[in-house]
Structure formats: C-alpha cells, structure tokens
Design a protein around this ligand. Structure first.
Ligand code: ZN
Length: 224
C-alpha cells in the first residue's frame, strides 16, 4: 500500500463500506467511491451513500446493474414478494444472498478504476461474520483479483480491510479512524431501509447492533 496512490471504494452507505471509505482516505492520497444500484428495494441507501461521500469530499459515481435483479428473482432483497429469511437455513444460504453480486460489483469497479488510472480497489466484505456468503470469502476475492489482472493485463490490488473482523471489530476500526459516531448516525445497514440504529429486528440490524453493544462494552471494560 502506497500513500501516494489512488483507490476506488465499492461503497453502499452501510456500516462496512463507510468504514472502508474512511480507511481508504487514511491510506491513499486520492479516494473515489462507486455505488451500485441493482434493483434493491430500498433506494434510500443510495441517497445515504451519496451524502456520506459528499460530506467526506469523495467523488461519487452510481452505476446501474439492475440487470442482476432480472436474472434471479429468488432474492428477498430485490423481490418484495419473498419473505426475508431471519435465520440462516441449515442447508443453504439465506435468501438475502444475491448470487454473483460481489463478482459483478468488483469486476465493474475494476473496469471503471482502470479507466481512471486507479488500480487499488477496496471492498468491505468479511468472512468473519455469520452470514457466510461465498462471495465474501478471502479465497473468492484473491481468485477474482488474479482473474481481473489476467483479464485486463493489469496489476489490480483488491483491499479487504474488514476480511477478518467481526462486527464488533468493525466498530473498533471506525473508532480508531475517528468516525464511530458518523457511522452510527449516518449509515444504513438495515434490510428494511431504516437509517442508523435501523428497524432493530432484521438480521443486518441484529448483527450491527449486537456488534456495537459488544464493542462498547469491551471498550468500557478496558478503560476501567
Ligand atoms: Zn433492520
């Protein structure tokens, strides 16, 4: 990682990618953000992302990949007729899984980045958390990194600062970066499209809020 380089962050306005945005601002001299719309039910998250980027003085670009939601209607994030899985089913991924999403996002991000002379990509995926989506795993990201380099004969580096962090450790990083309050107040992680603390009962809210509780508790114990 070189401070004088530029990075493009895959940015959704949620807790994870917002933490990554500020991590990137610390480690790179120039940071841009790309946000994807893919037919998700809650378009509010795009406005949330746009505002955070504007406040952070980060150039923001929105790409429409809504073709994704036409290819597969079995995901509860894009099809309101499907009731969202609240727990991970024993034998498969929860229906909040969008097949191919991170592969498409990172591939388009790489094409966009290359056109701007940027070869560092930042994504907030983590394999430490419970949801266990296959395209959040380190193996997948490394594999795609190689593929992108071969596909475009370039030397992209995909950075995953959250890869081994659970939600509590993601809060810790945002605190280290001085943006814990901003992340608490301004981001949208909730599957029901409610900003900040969220609806409180969807799987994304549970992870986020339990992580925060754990982090604040640990912090309090340390300062005692
Ligand atoms: Zn929620």
């Amino acid at each position: 990682m070189k401070k004088n380089e530029a990075a493009l962050v895959c940015f959704s306005g949620g807790q994870d990618s917002t933490t990554c945005l500020f991590w990137a601002k610390k480690h790179f001299s120039r940071v841009e953000a790309v946000c994807f719309t893919y037919g998700q039910k809650h378009s509010l998250e795009i406005e949330v992302a746009r505002k955070i980027a504007a406040d952070a003085a980060v150039p923001f670009q929105l790409l429409d990949v809504s073709l994704l939601s036409q290819l597969d209607r079995n995901c509860s994030l894009v099809n309101s007729a499907i009731e969202m899985d609240q727990e991970k089913p024993a034998d498969k991924y929860p229906n909040t899984f969008v097949p191919g999403r991170n592969m498409i996002f990172l591939t388009f991000a790489a094409i966009l980045a290359r056109s701007k002379g940027i070869f560092n990509l930042v994504t907030g995926v983590s394999e430490a958390d419970y949801s266990g989506y296959p395209d959040c795993r380190d193996t997948f990201v490394r594999s795609l990194n190689v593929t992108l380099n071969l596909a475009m004969d370039e030397q992209f580096v995909i950075h995953t600062p959250l890869m081994n962090r659970d939600k509590s450790a993601v809060w810790e990083l945002s605190d280290e970066l001085g943006v814990l309050d901003l992340v608490r107040r301004e981001t949208l992680t909730c599957y029901n499209g409610v900003k900040a603390e969220g609806c409180g009962h969807c799987p994304a809210c549970k992870l986020r809020n339990e992580g925060l509780k754990k982090y604040l508790h640990e912090k309090e114990q340390k300062t005692k």
